[in-house]
Design a protein around this ligand. Structure first.
Ligand SMILES: NC(=O)c1ccc[n+]([C@@H]2O[C@H](COP(=O)([O-])OP(=O)(O)OC[C@H]3O[C@@H](n4cnc5c(N)ncnc54)[C@H](O)[C@@H]3O)[C@@H](O)[C@H]2O)c1
Length: 393
């Protein structure tokens, strides 16, 4: 029997004002010229200024790269590599949400000339691309400004590639940032809607990781711990954006969700990817809309685990608890409300079925089951799908 492998290597600095230590961390990593990767939204709220100032105060030369969009595309990676080489940067500092962190990871991967020069498609996790990824890359510091993806500790980068036009996961332990700095002050300006949607991303990571196939007692315990933190902090952070204690708890939970997802995810992730990729729906929102259907599909396979998740969240019925939370966070109730029509579902289900995440879903599922889950997520419960529509699907 092959042994399973359990690793948690990222160095994490947590606390109010932790960002002021970034210069010291840069020195510790031997970096003297930093490429700071971010996006226009993060620049607009002036979070990057704080980071640049702290680095410069410590004598680290900085240059700024801001060409990252939500649901990022491959072109940002190539432009970032060109910027890094032009400035002779020896350290990548990412300041932003998952989109920024993921692009920064791939800029880092391709930073050195003649290293990792294959087309990005060759590194796709789904075709075993990890075997091409070596540790030859500069150090990276990740500073999350959303509390959702946990990309600051994850080994994955998710970018839409030109060759296949879908969100592609590139994954290796070497892509884990060298240091993650979790400073609650970096998230207090996050607007309520993004607090809610990114929070649902963290929630779905914890839930799906806990339900996923596999033997990983560490990830299971971390996932449940993350859920308890989310239960006490998500609504508080939504209603009181400057509550640093709630913001801190959210950052911890998001980080824990990403540690836990090393075990695997499930159908929720697969359903969300094409919605984000093809329809531009914020990924956390896509998960918020699909998660109740996923939970009810999985209930027959792992009833005790579903109960344990409900217990950690302090709700009786998990599906109903998630729908209630969605309402309390003023999120839409169904895919229909975000512009997805019945006629779109067949195509979306085909794309979802190609996603590697379904391999660890606790109940086997393929295109037909995913289509059913989309259908249930489309519905607002008092708005049933007509028999003609069901027939057409
Ligand atoms: N690598 C991983 O492990 C992993 C896991 C899950 C999701 N992802 C990916 O992460 C991406 C989503 O990341 P996200 O949900 O963090 O959102 P995001 O990075 O796409 O950011 C969303 C918006 O929020 C703005 N923003 C970020 N921080 C802000 C702040 N503090 N104040 C005001 N505005 C702010 C950004 O400018 C952007 O416009 C997706 O592409 C998804 O596929 C990666």
């Amino acid at each position: 029997m092959n042994p399973v492998v359990w690793t948690f290597p990222t160095r994490i600095l947590f606390g109010e004002g932790a960002i002021q230590r970034i210069g010291l961390e840069a020195h510790r990593l031997g970096g003297s010229r930093a490429l700071v990767v971010t996006d226009p939204g993060v620049v607009a709220v002036r979070l990057v200024d704080t980071v640049m100032a702290a680095l410069e105060e410590a004598g680290v030369v900085t240059s700024l790269f801001t060409e990252v969009k939500e649901n990022p595309r491959e072109a940002s990676v190539h432009a970032g590599v060109a910027a890094l080489r032009a400035k002779h940067a020896d350290l990548v500092v990412a300041v932003g949400g998952g989109s920024v962190l993921d692009v920064a990871k791939l800029i880092r991967m391709r930073a050195l000339p003649d290293v990792h020069e294959r087309p990005l498609l060759d590194y796709d996790e789904a075709i075993g691309g990890e075997r091409h990824i070596s540790p030859r890359m500069p150090a990276m510091i990740a500073v999350p400004t959303t509390a959702g993806t946990g990309s600051e500790v994850s080994r994955s980068a998710v970018v839409t590639l030109e060759a296949n036009r879908r969100k592609t996961v590139i994954s290796s332990p070497y892509l884990q940032p060298s240091v993650a700095i979790l400073d609650p002050k970096m998230t207090i300006g996050l607007p309520p809607r993004l607090t809610a949607t990114t929070g649902f991303d963290a929630l779905s990571h914890c839930i799906e990781a806990y339900l996923a196939l596999g033997d990983h007692p560490l990830c299971d315990a971390i996932a449940l711990g993350g859920l308890r933190l989310l239960a006490e902090s998500l609504q508080r952070a939504y209603h009181a954006p400057a509550d640093l204690q709630a913001r801190g708890a959210m950052l911890k939970a998001a980080m824990m969700g990403a540690v836990a997802l090393q075990k695997g995810l499930g159908a929720g992730q697969a359903l969300a990817h094409p919605l984000a990729n093809d329809r531009g729906i914020q990924q956390g929102l896509a998960k918020a809309l699909c998660l109740p259907a996923v939970v009810s599909f999985n209930a027959v396979a792992v009833p005790e685990r579903i109960q344990a998740v409900a217990g950690a969240l302090g709700v009786e019925d998990l599906g109903e608890g998630l729908r209630k939370l969605r309402r309390e966070l003023d999120l839409p109730h169904g895919l229909r409300e975000v512009g997805v029509a019945e006629g779109d579902l067949a195509d979306l289900a085909t794309r979802a079925a190609e996603d590697a995440s379904i391999r660890t879903n606790p109940r086997p599922c393929g295109r037909e089951e995913l289509l059913d889950m989309y259908l249930s997520s489309l519905l607002i419960w008092h708005h049933p799908v007509s028999p003609e529509v069901l027939g057409a699907l």
